[in-house]
Design a protein around this ligand. Structure first.
Ligand code: ATP
Length: 235
């Protein structure tokens, strides 16, 4: 069935070598939505967003971006469609300064945010513009990783556990950034373990279990579904 979703994932399967990890993932995301993938460790959340980006050697099924099938495209072609991933390991250049990290990456698309706009969104990065990547706190590194993506002009972001290991005050800051981006029309898929953070920023939640999406819970229905969700997450 065709929807007007910006991203439509149907029957997505994926493998690492011989290991079959995704067993038919189904979900969709509309323009301007913030959607989470929730689930236990090893459920397949990271693998799902890698597969969407074309970063998994073997994948099958359907991934449509604005109606266009991408399942057999190479990663660099998918990136040019205006979708970007911020991996858990963040991928910043440790030996370069904040400002070098922001100015070096090639622009992939029109509409990348200016350095000034980046510094408005992330005042800490402005303060630390001359600091080396290695000298940054975990929260600053995470913000820099997101900021680098915003330079590329991608309006669709896949964020892999951006709050992992960060202090609560920094988590709040990242939450405000995500809300600001949503207001500007960005579309965001968030892999999260921090359930309270997920609830504070997202419109809808997909539950991933053993390589499949097993449920979808709108954010407004979270309270009513809290026991079910605890069972899914094993908390
Ligand atoms: P986590 O929070 O632990 O990252 P996840 O839901 O994101 O959880 P995935 O990282 O997608 O889970 O992992 C799904 C399955 O794939 C797990 O069984 C994991 O052990 C396996 N896996 C992940 N990365 C690889 C890899 N590079 N090679 C082989 N197997 C992998």
């Amino acid at each position: 069935a065709s929807t007007n979703a910006l991203l439509e994932v149907r029957g997505l399967e994926g493998w690492y070598g011989e290991s079959h990890v995704l067993h038919g993932v189904d979900f969709n995301v509309h323009q301007g939505e913030v959607v989470t993938l929730l689930g236990r460790n090893g459920a397949g959340k990271t693998t799902t967003i890698k597969a969407i980006m074309g970063l998994l050697d073997k994948r099958r099924g359907s991934v449509r971006m604005a109606g266009q099938e991408t399942i057999s495209l190479q990663a660099r072609h998918i990136a040019r469609m205006g979708i970007a991933i911020c991996p858990e390991e963040r991928g910043i250049f440790a030996s370069l300064s904040v400002e070098e990290n922001l100015t070096l990456p090639p622009k992939l698309a029109e509409g990348g945010l200016s350095i000034d706009r980046i510094y408005e969104l992330f005042p800490n990065l402005k303060e630390r513009r001359r600091s080396q990547g290695t000298k940054l706190s975990g929260g600053e590194q995470q913000m820099l990783a997101i900021a680098r993506i915003l330079r590329t002009g991608s309006k669709f972001l896949l964020l892999d556990e951006p709050t992992e290991g960060l202090a609560p005050v920094i988590v709040q800051q990242i939450g405000r950034t995500i809300s600001a981006l949503k207001k500007e029309g960005f579309t965001i898929v968030l892999v999260e373990q921090n359930f309270r953070f997920a609830a504070s920023v997202a419109d809808r939640h997909y539950v991933v279990e053993q390589g499949k999406v097993v449920d979808m819970i709108p954010n407004h229905a979270l309270d009513a579904n809290i026991e079910k969700l605890h069972a899914y997450l094993g908390v």
